[in-house]
Design a protein around this ligand. Structure first.
Ligand code: 5GP
Length: 188
């Protein structure tokens, strides 16, 4: 079964969550299915397969990871990023919601449908020149991932790929992420 169909078949649509009018895609059954989770992790780990920019960076050897570290966005991005990092043999770095990280940190504000929110990253979490794969579960408007990418780049990290499980195409997140190409396992 193609991976996008597998993800679609396990995703549960929840109308009017968390606000009236929002159709929330619940991916927790995808994570709970061992075979699906393994394929999702494998797919997120291979952005070069669909991302020309990552492919160019990878050069001839597609088997070599194009990243030195994986960044996950709180909270569902954490479990994906950890699994991807483990399978690629690299470390995992946390982008957290405001007020959670204990040491010197940088912050990025971003706009939500209602109001704003803040993401943070430890100032020493990324070294200049490090190649970074940024991972989250869902790309909606792109505000969250754009803020995460901005934090990584502020520390001198080179974002070589952005991978998500699901892209909600109507919300325009892909356009917002330019010039970064988004590698989505399922676009709907
Ligand atoms: P954005 O900033 O792109 O508008 O929203 C993406 C963030 O909100 C992601 O961190 C994602 O976890 C969460 N999100 C937005 N819509 C959905 C959805 O329908 N399902 C899930 N699981 N998460 C969503």
């Amino acid at each position: 079964q193609p991976l996008d169909e597998l993800i679609a078949s396990l995703t549960v649509d929840v109308p009017d969550h968390p606000e009236p009018g929002v159709l929330f895609r619940d991916l927790t059954p995808v994570f709970a299915d061992g075979r699906a989770f393994a394929r999702v992790v494998e797919g997120l780990s291979a952005p070069a397969d669909s991302d020309p920019r990552a492919a160019a960076l990878a050069g001839a050897d597609r088997a070599t990871p194009t990243f030195d570290v994986v960044v996950g966005v709180e909270a569902r991005g954490f479990l994906l990023a950890a699994a991807v990092a483990l399978s690629a043999g690299v470390g995992v770095v946390l982008v957290r919601k405001a007020g959670k990280l204990p040491r010197e940190r940088i912050s990025a504000d971003y706009v939500l449908e209602y109001g704003t929110a803040t993401l943070e990253l430890h100032s020493d979490a990324i070294r200049p020149g490090q190649r970074v794969l940024v991972v989250d579960d869902v790309l909606a408007t792109g505000g969250t991932l754009a803020a995460a990418v901005a934090l990584v780049e502020q520390l001198g990290g080179v974002v070589t790929a952005v991978s998500v499980v699901v892209e909600l195409a109507a919300l325009g997140g892909r356009e917002r992420m330019a010039p970064h190409t988004v590698h989505a396992l399922w676009t709907t």
